[in-house]
Design a protein around this ligand. Structure first.
Ligand SMILES: [Fe+2]
Ligand SMILES: [Fe+2]
Length: 273
């Protein structure tokens, strides 16, 4: 560290004050002064604006990983540890069972839905918020479409619409609705990322759709839903699930619906084929 002699002497009260200090006192003062400057420098570093990667930098990371970023949480431990044995699913598994045994802790979606409920949004939107990202336990890439497909046989059309299209709307701010482009996306897609054509054309279609606000409100609640300390549970949503989720009596995965295989995949991710 470079020492600014004039600033250091001035901090001690000028040359006259320094001239009456003994050698040890001067050394101690210098050490103290340098520590303070170091603390300042570290503090300033924390205050500088965050630097986000470019899309090319993120692409260059592909060959540094043993997995692809689009894979679902149930299939890879991105922190590098080993897998845990999953608890068995009950025979006639319900949505609640999947929340507790496969989607848990599901903090993000529970916080999203809690915010939707508190701000008086429609039950279709609350339900969409509750379900909007849980398919990421199976697959992350294109999760809006995958998620909509998973839930389509069981929930209102408006909720399916909201889940399907929230993914595309995340790339397009709407300050009137209270949605700004998230820092998280600058971090994970790159500051210069341009969404692919299918996302852009989807956005244009949804922007002019009479149900635009359904997926838009999912993105609005998305923003506030990453608080690690929030205490959330599925209980406040029991009635909404009861009214709007068509629980099959055979159990999810056993009802031959168009997405039953997806539920079985989530229930049994250890199956080799
Ligand atoms: Fe999402
Ligand atoms: Fe989300």
């Amino acid at each position: 560290m470079e020492v600014d002699r004039r600033a250091f002497i001035a901090s001690l009260g000028g040359t006259a004050a320094v001239s009456i200090m003994d050698h040890e006192a001067k050394a101690e003062a210098l050490e103290h002064w340098m520590e303070e400057r170091l603390d300042e420098a570290v503090g300033q570093q924390g205050a500088t604006p965050q630097k986000f990667p470019s899309a090319a930098e993120l692409e260059a990371q592909i060959e540094t990983r043993s997995y692809r970023r689009g894979v679902g949480n149930l299939f890879v431990n991105t922190r590098g540890g080993m897998m845990k044995k999953l608890p068995p699913m009950p025979k006639n598994a319900t949505l609640k069972d999947f929340f507790e045994l496969r989607f848990a802790p599901a903090n993000h979606v529970l916080q999203s839905a809690t915010r939707a409920l508190k701000t008086g949004m429609s039950e279709e939107v609350v339900l969409a918020c509750l379900l909007h990202d849980v398919v990421q336990s199976m697959i992350k890439v294109d999760h809006g479409w995958w998620g909509a497909q998973l839930f389509e046989p069981y929930i209102p059309e408006k909720s399916t619409f909201a889940i399907k299209y929230h993914q595309a709307l995340r790339f397009y701010p709407d300050s009137d609705a209270g949605y700004e482009y998230p820092d998280q996306y600058l971090r994970i897609f790159g500051h210069d990322y341009v969404p692919p054509p299918h996302i852009e054309s989807t956005y244009k279609m949804v922007r002019n759709h009479k149900w635009y606000m359904e997926p838009r409100l999912v993105t609005v609640n998305d923003l506030y839903a990453f608080d690690q300390n929030a205490k959330v549970s599925l209980d406040p949503f029991t009635d909404i699930i009861g009214r709007h989720f068509k629980q099959p009596k055979e159990g999810l995965g056993n009802d031959n619906s168009p997405s039953a295989h997806m539920w079985r995949t989530i229930a049994n991710p250890d199956a080799p084929l």
